[in-house]
Ligand binder design. Structure first.
Ligand SMILES: [Fe+2]
Length: 326
């Protein structure tokens, strides 16, 4: 690499496009600036808008790094050709192989768990995602939209493990069990279960942890009424989704961008993910201090490669549509 003085001056800035809107990420980024002297200019946006924006900016895009949530979205960025390949021994050593690809990397994980109304549902009846389709839960299941990436990724994992025919049977079974048409976000499903509007739902773990750690008595009361099950512990393990990112193809500050990704895999940054946003670090052996994650306990996570979630995303939508899982 030719090191022109101007180029060196430019290395002091990193343009980050982020779809993570967590307040705690501020501290995460400050840590990088303290370590490297590189300032982070952050542009926040909604997930799909950011992809669109980078695409429209094309070769003139100032974006160095894109951070977003959900494996399917990260793959969409890959398929649009937005990312540049990254070879980093640090990232390869720290991030497990199933949680990275050639151009994007996961930095934290979240599990999609089954929640149930305590005292109404026997947790033994909801031990697997498959159980959600069991007719004995008729009229008892709440869900957010089948078009939401979190559910599409869950469906993609079911297709990957059990095949399309079984996946479609499952979707139809869940739809037949709906207490109401899908609506709202994960937190709305948790509240609906607590309120008795339905008795079973799925949710990402950090929403549960957020309510558990909330200052509002009402949130903690909600959690008192809700039990959490780690699905498929005797099978493939609980479905895992990720937040992650990659270096963009037209990144003006490529070197800083790779350093930033490596920073996100550092012990310090990994702890921020866990303690700040109630996610699990991807790096093994990180000591975290988060009472809610501790209360949720240990579990077996599905080790399906994140790239497989992407592979079946389109199929997942087709099957949900066919099953009437709107
Ligand atoms: Fe979320």
């Amino acid at each position: 690499m030719v090191a022109l003085p101007e180029a060196q001056a430019e290395e002091k800035v990193l343009n980050l496009y982020s779809a993570r809107h967590y307040q705690t990420d501020e501290a995460l980024y400050e840590g990088f600036t303290r370590q490297t002297g590189i300032k982070i200019k952050r542009i926040e946006g909604k997930e799909d808008e950011l992809l669109e924006r980078i695409r429209n900016e094309g070769a003139y895009s100032p974006a160095d790094v894109l951070l977003t949530v959900d494996a399917a979205r990260l793959s969409a960025a890959h398929e649009l050709g937005l990312f540049a390949p990254v070879t980093s021994p640090t990232l390869e050593k720290r991030i497990p192989a199933n949680l990275r690809t050639g151009d994007w990397f996961s930095f934290s994980t979240r599990a999609r768990v089954i929640i149930y109304a305590k005292g109404v549902i026997d947790p033994d009846q909801v031990k697997t995602y498959g159980d959600l389709a069991n007719p004995r839960l008729k009229g008892k299941v709440c869900s957010r939209s089948g078009s939401h990436p979190y559910n599409l990724s869950l469906m993609a994992s079911i297709i990957a493990h059990h095949g399309e025919a079984e996946a479609e049977q499952w979707a139809k079974g869940v739809v037949a069990n709906f207490a109401r048409a899908p609506k709202g976000g994960d937190t709305d499903q948790i509240r609906a279960v607590a309120a008795g509007e339905c008795a079973v739902a799925v949710s990402n773990t950090y929403y549960l942890a957020r309510l558990m750690r909330s200052d509002k008595a009402e949130d903690r009361k909600t959690m008192d009424k809700v039990g959490v099950v780690w699905p498929d512990q005797r099978g493939v393990g609980a479905h895992i989704n990720v937040s992650g990112g990659g270096v963009l193809k037209h990144a003006p500050h490529r070197e800083a961008a790779v350093r930033f990704l490596e920073y996100l895999a550092s012990d310090q940054a990994q702890r921020y993910f866990a303690d700040g946003n109630n996610e699990w670090p991807v790096v093994a052996g990180i000591k975290i201090d988060n009472p809610a994650l501790e209360a949720l306990g240990k579990f077996k996570a599905d080790s399906l490669p994140v790239a497989s979630l992407a592979m079946y995303r389109a199929k997942a939508q087709i099957i949900f549509d066919r099953a009437g899982y709107r």
